[in-house]
Ligand binder design. Sequence first.
Ligand SMILES: [Zn+2]
Length: 514
Amino acid sequence: MAKTRKIMIFDTTLRDGEQSPGCSMNLAEKLEVARMLQAMKVDVIEAGFAIASPGDFEAVQAVAGEITDCTVASLSRCLEKDIEASGAAIKPARRPRIHVFCATSEIHRKHKLRRARKEIVKLSVDGVKMAKEFVDDVEFSPEDASRTEWDFLVEVVTAVIEAGATTVNIPDTVGYAMPAEFGDLIRHLRANVPNMDQAVISVHCHNDLGMAVANSLAAVRAGAGQVECTVNGIGERAGNASMEEIVMAIHTRGDFLNVTTGIETRKIYPASRLVSSVTGLNVQRNKAVVGENAFAHEAGVHQHGMMAHRETYEIMRPEDIGVPSSKLVLGKHSGRHAFKQRTESLGYMLKGEQIDAAFEKFKRLADKKKEVFDRDIEALIDEQIEQVVEVWTLRGVQTTAGSNTVPTATVTLARADELMTDAAIGDGPVDAVYEAIQRISGTRMRLLDYSLRAITSGKDAQGEVTIEVEYDGRRFRTRGVSTDIVEASARAFVAAVNRAVTLDLANGQKPAQP
Ligand SMILES: [Zn+2]
């Protein structure tokens, strides 16, 4: 029997995934996801496209600085400034990789790059050589490989391996390939690239025709050693190959594929929840592996079969992908350990001080509510993650209100060291405060929900304000706590403004990527 090969999992949730509409993540959220990917034991984390924006650069650098167990990659075009940015951003990484790409298909050569075949080869070789000056681990992608003439692809791949590329990634950039055809392409490269044994073949498939996973697995069968994918399959247009589907297909059908991965499958469900929560992109109910219905057996005949013998209708066990086995609620007597475990099963990877702060809040909440449900914990922690980025801070709030006066608010906010004050009137003191905050920050949001509740009883009780706002088509909830309910309202709204501002920063125009 042939030896079982280990397939490397290259996760690009933070780069290709983050690029998809509505999936922008702030720095704190990207770090959360990176920690989860490390816990899952992915082999490579593509942390971003360093040249794309200062935010991307900072994110790659932060991930490179913190992640120790995975290779950390940054994407670059074959341009000096791109490669320099990637080189600088991944410098702190224990295992840094630069991923360079250059389009090779005729349609891209003619209409995008306006270059002849020879020039494309030179550009690619020079890019790999430049990257080699920063790191040993260099990956090259001929963008739109699946629509590139096979003979030319052989020429490019041979040249970049000679220049030092250690991984050659074959992207189906536009999701055009068919599984049998894509497998044949990988076999063709293995048979015709003379130095192919000196580099790992990787694949990167898009899901425009719903075949990203099928194409990736066909490539694996044909000899590919690395698969690029994203959690929940997020990514440009219809997305990328979904990591959980790739991993569980290999896990379940290793007998047929004769390969394995190093992935900790029990982190799959928590990772899916985390990515869904930080991107706001819900997982469809009938999504393979991680959808809400993936393990639900409604049909009576199936239920009967399941009770008699699970494997009658179940090819994977929910516990293998980390679906929490109990719906137990937590209460005031739940300890720190139980709380931490629950947050992990909900997809959060909080560090020491974050856990302490969240646990404090949980205790306060548990004092008030007899039962604390998963949704309560999620709201609690989402505030925690979101508070890390404080563009605006509340410095002062003063209101006048009463039965015979027009409610007026004066608010002072700080951005960096700059203080700004403005006043506004409203239907009530809180409305006036919100108007003043919007005037200062220049951020317009629609308030959808406002609720106030006391956290403890007695005259020193703290008020907790929860609001739901809509900004740029996205809805989110934030909270504020204070002994003064007007101040608690202001804090909740400032948190919402910070959330909106972070989204704007992350949404800058980025160059096209494979
Ligand atoms: Zn892509």
